[in-house]
Design a protein around this ligand. Structure first.
Ligand code: ADP
Length: 447
């Protein structure tokens, strides 16, 4: 087992990793930009080291700064968290070339899954059901129009390098194809430096269901059921739960096995998430994320496992601590993402926290790096906390969420908390009867 690991991240996820490491008796090193000198992850880690100025490019995304920090502190492994360098195959390669362990999958797996066309091809070959669409990249508008006519409108044009909801455009009919095709290409080029696009059937009323998988890198893998992340704004999740209210035990077992077998066959190591759209009882693969997800705590809650601990174990060469038959679901968990954003436009709202009080009590977990007097810097993303509740069933989890939101105090900045208070009044949310478009429509009508 490692003696010391470095966390190449900030905010709540850096703190999350510090906590797992401490429980395992492993020392942690926090890295931080000059804007984060007073951040909670810096205070809580055993050691900290400044790696550059506020701009992420020169700090949290700087390979030389992070590798040097490892060498100076003697850290043997790097946990990347999510975002930043967590899915950067080039970084993983360099880390390993320096004799440092990467707590995550191999550079090769990250590369395959980071390109959506190769990812889809690979998954299809591994027997995972995919959304009907073009076979690989679509180079010209004529080809795009031919494929649109073939699979039938509406279709979605996606940048193969896209992520975070960017680089995707829907064409409702043949007339809209030209604009959608050219915009998706341009967005891919400007955001990700790659203008390759592909086309998929656009599903009109799907839910977003994702399967958590975990591999040991030696051909053994398990699944930890699904998360339903259908409540989205601009393709970004805001409310996630496990198990999915629309998924039966039989469906879970079947799709879970397909996913676990697929990653076992490629000797996948560590945590991964296989994302699907789910419509009329069918699953359609959209992408795989080769990292820990923001919403991993809902899975931890219902299975009673620590996914970060498990990541660290397998990265150090140890066995996974569970087998498929050890994993049983207990109750229901919901996470809401608390962002420092001003409604109704969700504009970022950095600033000083004058008062912070975290909710507590049975079945409540607050993952946040906030504290009284903390100043949220304007340079990074607006997620400031995740409130996770666990109950014996969905109604109990909803009641607990309502109660915990009422206890939470975040003064000094605007947050998305009022959105969740309002959503908990909605019949569709209480019954779980929504698809991925429901929240956008609700926001248009209510905010
Ligand atoms: P990103 O990498 O940007 O997150 P994804 O491929 O994971 O992109 O898709 C993000 C979201 O976009 C999905 O959760 C869903 O809401 C929507 N989406 C993606 N593909 C389709 C599709 N074929 N039909 C309908 N909606 C889609």
């Amino acid at each position: 087992m490692f003696n010391k690991i470095l966390i190449a991240n900030r905010g709540e996820i850096a703190l999350r990793v510090v906590r797992a490491a401490r429980e395992m008796g492993i020392a942690s090193v926090a890295v931080h930009s000059t804007a984060d000198s007073d951040a909670m992850h810096v205070r809580m880690a055993d050691e900290s080291i400044c790696i550059g100025p506020p701009a992420s490019q020169q700090s949290y995304l700087s390979f030389p700064a992070i590798i040097s920090a490892c060498e100076i502190t003697g850290a043997e492994a790097i946990h990347p968290g999510y975002g930043f360098l967590s899915e950067n195959a080039g970084f993983v390669q360099i880390v390993e070339d320096h004799g440092i362990s990467f707590i995550g999958p191999t550079a090769e797996h990250i590369r395959i899954m980071g390109d959506k066309i190769t990812a889809k091809e690979t998954m299809k070959n591994l027997g995972v059901p995919c959304v009907p669409g073009s076979d690989g990249g679509v180079a010209t508008l004529e080809e795009a129009q031919r494929i649109g006519a073939e699979i039938g409108y509406p279709v979605i044009i996606k940048a193969t390098a896209g992520g975070g909801g960017r680089g995707m455009k829907v064409a409702q009919n043949a007339e809209e194809m030209e604009k959608a095709f050219l915009t998706a290409r341009a967005e891919g080029k400007s955001n990700f430096g790659n203008d390759e696009v592909y086309i998929e059937k656009y599903l009109t009323t799907p839910r977003h269901i994702e399967i958590q998988v975990f591999g040991d890198g030696k051909g053994r893998a398990v699944h930890l059921g699904e998360r339903d992340c259908s409540l989205q704004r601009r393709h970004q999740k805001v409310f996630e739960e496990a198990p999915g209210p629309s998924i039966s035990a039989e469906e879970r077992m079947a799709i879970g096995k397909v996913c676990a077998d697929a990653v076992a066959r490629i000797n996948y190591i560590g945590a991964g998430t296989i994302e699907f759209l789910y419509e009329n009882g069918e699953f359609y693969f959209i992408e795989m994320n080769t990292r820990l997800q923001v919403e991993h705590p809902v899975t931890e809650a219902i299975f009673g496992v620590d996914l970060v601990r498990e990541q660290i174990r397998v990265a150090s060469g140890m066995e996974m601590s569970f087998r498929q038959e050890d994993l049983t679901i207990n109750g229901h968990a919901i996470e809401v993402r608390i962002n420092a954003e001003k409604l109704p436009n969700f504009s970022p709202c950095p600033g000083r926290i004058t008062q912070y009080h975290a909710p507590g009590g049975l079945g409540v977990r607050m993952d946040s790096a906030l504290y009284d007097g903390y100043s949220i810097p304007p340079y990074y993303d607006s997620l400031i906390g995740k409130l996770i509740v666990h109950g014996r069933d969905r109604p109990e989890a909803l009641a607990r969420l309502h109660r915990a939101l009422g206890e939470l105090i975040v003064d000094g900045v605007d947050t998305t908390v009022p959105l969740f208070h309002a959503l908990l009044e909605e019949e569709a949310v209480l019954s779980g009867g929504y698809n991925i478009h429901w929240l956008e429509q609700w926001l248009d009508a209510n905010l």
